[in-house]
Write a protein that binds this ligand. Sequence first.
Ligand code: SF4
Length: 363
Amino acid sequence: MNSRDEQSELHIPADLVQELQAEMDRPLRVMVVCGTQNRTLLKYGLDEVLPDKLDVVSGPGCSVCVMPAGHIDAFIKIGVQPDVVTATCEDLLRVSGSRESLESIKRKGAQVEVVDSPMEALDLARKFPSKIVVFTAVGFEGAAPDVAETILEAASEGVGNFCVIPSIRLLPPSLANLLRDPELNIRGLLFSTHIESITDSNAYSDLARQHHLACAVAGFGTREILRGLISIVRQVKSGTPINENPFAGITPSEETARVQKMLSEVFFAVETDWRGLGSIEGSGFVIRDELSLYDAVKRFNIHFQKGQEQIQCQCAEIISGRSTPNECPAFGISCTSQHPIGPCMVAQEGICASYFRYTFGRI
Ligand code: SF4
């Protein structure tokens, strides 16, 4: 038994696997939205012991993976401007646009710094007043409050050399888009507790209600994931999914009201392009005109355009649950974690990266 097998033995709760097996009375497809939960499934080999009738597919829950090449191209166009310092998360560095990545322009002399938060980017702006610090705001709606707070702080302090490329996406419209596809036939969604950072749980409960979906929110361990899957299967069997709203009360209401007010002061939702999902109405945030000094897209007069995706990469199909990494001809051959081709192999949350790390060479 190798070390991975030993770890898997320890982490696969046989009682819950049996319980799930016993509940299955029909074929069912469930989307696991979160990249970290997908990683757990693969890391401990849980995917190998799930019931045959349960088809678990990955979803668009990796914010770096769903960025289309055209958005990376916009980051690059701004990043090569004189006196610009691009402040970005590490995951985004190696993701290619049509031709370049932030890492490749950095090698050619552009100033690109890795930061952990928008506030850290604002600190860079305070430290280097002769530069314009541009923060690449990538993430789902849970990331938006920190970005909004930072923009408001910059505005109140009059820090004029700081701005943001808004590339924040809202998950519910993208999931609705997938749920409308009869071929995908997704009956249940498993969310992770990352969802606790959302500010509008109504969007998720409406989604579940409108699509008559079974949903569960679970932690990141194998026990929690299995319990979430069991809950979904039971909801489907009972014919009354969403009889218990898993999203109710995940954010305290006073805090929700404060955050929603702040978000509406800074952003409004518009149609946005997603890798693999196309352009989706109301799925992205842009910065309000009153704060246009802090909007890098307006400040540098850049437009998000359609980019050139890597032809051999199937991230688009993988993000939308239509394919798995090992169906991609490049997986493990020309695309590896050392030499990634697409964002799903680059990002820590990317499903190809998890497949490569935990399943490549499985027999
Ligand atoms: S294995 Fe590589 S090339 Fe294939 S879909 Fe994943 S990231 Fe793209």
